[in-house]
Design a protein around this ligand. Structure first.
Ligand code: ADP
Ligand code: MG
Length: 158
């Protein structure tokens, strides 16, 4: 497979289409940041690690702000562009105190969970997202994956 695939870029504003309502906000990467994956990938849900880098001018940031966190990512067609471009949206498995639009997000995509599906209800979608999160956490706990949390792409504290 193509993994690990490294993605880096500033977090963009999306359509705000219910991410937060679904309990699953997704940080969007710009089109040119996702070509390493979209050029090799099928649409669907992936798992991996991600980091949100504090701005340079933020002298007060703490070492734990650089923690590398588990994530689930959806790669899919953006209807706004009439199916001509793929979008990648990352949900980080962490409770953030604030939004982080504009910050640099760094991610390592490590594996595929499932294809994109259509849902008969919001509840069915939410249920599947919860399953995706559990699958991601289980996969990432395997010893072979820990080294990817220390990938060179991630900024180290200090
Ligand atoms: P948008 O359509 O603008 O992407 P969302 O409802 O998907 O709106 O919310 C995404 C934003 O929520 C992210 O860009 C980020 O700033 C913020 N956010 C807060 N917590 C998280 C999280 N755990 N994972 C991803 N994004 C988060
Ligand atoms: Mg989003």
């Amino acid at each position: 497979g193509p993994f690990p695939v490294v993605l880096v870029g500033p977090v963009q504003k999306g359509f705000g289409r219910g991410g937060k309502d679904l309990g699953c906000p997704t940080a969007n990467l710009p089109d040119d940041s996702i070509t390493p994956l979209s050029s090799v990938a099928k649409t669907g849900v992936y798992y991996g690690f991600a980091q949100v880098v504090p701005p340079h001018e933020d002298k007060g940031f703490r070492a734990e702000d650089l923690t590398v966190l588990p994530m689930v990512m959806s790669l899919g067609w953006n209807p706004f562009y009439k199916n001509k471009s793929l979008t990648a949206e990352i949900h980080i498995l962490h409770e953030f105190q604030t939004d982080f639009y504009g910050r640099e997000m760094r991610a390592v995509v490590l594996g595929y969970i499932r294809p994109e599906l259509d849902y008969i209800s919001r509840e069915a979608l939410i249920e599947d997202i919860e399953t995706d999160k559990k699958v991601a956490l289980n996969c990432l706990q395997r010893p072979g994956y820990q080294k990817y949390a220390n990938e060179a792409v991630f900024q180290q504290p200090g």
